[in-house]
Design a protein around this ligand. Structure first.
Ligand code: ATP
Length: 349
């Protein structure tokens, strides 16, 4: 078989990029096109434990919904024990960008980033797909500065309004209050809350609600936004895990977001409404005056130039590390080496 027809030969692995719940991600060169790609190798496990189901869900969604701001699935191939998903290679994720304080994000750049995120979310919702795990590390930047939503493993079609879902979704810091109260029927509001948290984080350059338990998460949300009244969020007391908190007033958002425009604060407020039905949709958010008022959102290439001006991308000079498909011990070693502190705030499923 030639390199063009044998996928394992077609893609030449260069180094390990990281590891998620379901397997290692490698950087590789596509010898057919000369382009770099990222290959997510998903361990199949045996059919009983259903390890591969999120990967199959991801494949189905990626094949159905294509958009500039959603990660592009270029190829899929299998080996005896893995499914390999081949994606566009991205050079950074939004968590790294936010954390790198040498990158000074201007209003136009925050707007540009939020616009790209909203375009991706709007496309998913248009296709009746909830992402369900939106967070900065699941938003990647490609070589042209385009932000792309990734990690659709938790995505789920929400076509049936009565369908009950698990509430153990969305990394805690980005998790909507209805999920924290155990709701099993939820909709696009869970993604819009996460977008609000990401928007706040882009402006603050630190997580807005970094709770270290579900109760602490709610208490951080309430300290920032005040406790909701029954009028603001009808029916909240009937949610399965509802807990009453001592009433707290709503402090002015301006106190935290000192440099934000009135339009930015209005949009943020609409993302973070307690009643999920009242939260602004991604399509409506894109039409909000925030995006119409000067400074206008920057282009992807301007965003890329800003990211390149910081330290982050100048660090990508470590020697290549080639992952060996078959060596379990080696794989365990890499997992230890590459697992990040993100694991600490990931939910137990
Ligand atoms: N297309 C890509 N281009 C470059 N790097 C990528 C790409 N996709 C993933 N990565 C890197 O691989 C790492 C693992 O990604 P993956 O999506 O498998 O898991 P995760 O998002 O970290 O965690 P989990 O899937 O468990 O929530 C990421 O942190 C990222 O650094």
């Amino acid at each position: 078989m030639s390199a063009a027809t044998c996928p394992k030969k077609r893609y030449q692995k260069e180094k390990v990029l990281g590891e998620g719940t379901f397997g290692i991600v490698n950087k590789a060169k596509d010898t057919k096109t000369g382009q770099y790609v990222a290959i997510k190798k998903v361990r199949m496990g045996n059919s009983k434990d259903g390890v591969a189901i999120p990967a199959l869900r991801e494949i189905k969604i990626l094949q159905d919904v294509r958009h500039e701001n959603l990660i592009n699935l270029l190829d899929v191939f299998g080996t005896s024990s893995n499914i390999n998903l081949v994606f566009d290679y991205c050079i950074a994720d939004l968590e790294q960008i936010i954390k790198d304080k040498t990158i000074a994000l201007s209003t136009a750049e925050v707007k540009g980033a939020l616009k790209m995120i909203l375009c991706g979310v709007a496309k998913l919702h248009e296709h009746w797909v909830l992402h369900r795990d939106l967070k900065p590390s699941n938003i990647l930047m490609d070589t042209k500065g385009v932000l792309k939503l990734t990690d659709f493993g938790l995505s789920k079609l929400f076509a049936s309004p009565d369908r009950k879902y698990t509430n153990q979704v969305v990394t805690r810091w980005y998790r909507a209050p209805e999920l924290l109260f155990g709701a099993t029927q939820y909709g696009i509001g869970v993604d819009m809350w996460s977008v609000g948290c990401i928007f706040a984080e882009l402006m603050l350059r630190q997580p807005y609600f970094p709770g270290d338990s579900d109760i602490d998460q709610l208490s951080k949300i309430y300290s920032a936004l005040g406790t909701p009244t029954e009028e603001e969020w009808p029916g909240m007391a009937y949610l399965p895990a509802y807990v009453e908190f001592n009433p707290q007033p709503r402090p002015p958002m301006r106190k935290t977001f000192t440099a934000a425009s009135d339009e930015a604060l209005d949009l943020l407020h609409r993302f973070l409404l307690f009643d999920p039905c009242q939260r602004i949709s991604a399509a409506d958010a894109l039409n909000h005056p925030y995006f119409k008022k000067s400074p206008l959102p920057c282009s992807p290439s301007q965003f890329l130039d800003k990211v390149k001006s910081g330290r982050l991308l100048s660090l990508d000079n470590e020697p290549p590390i080639v992952a060996n498909d078959d060596d379990e011990n080696d794989r365990a070693g890499k997992r230890r080496r590459y697992s990040s502190d993100l694991g600490k705030r990931r939910l137990e499923f």
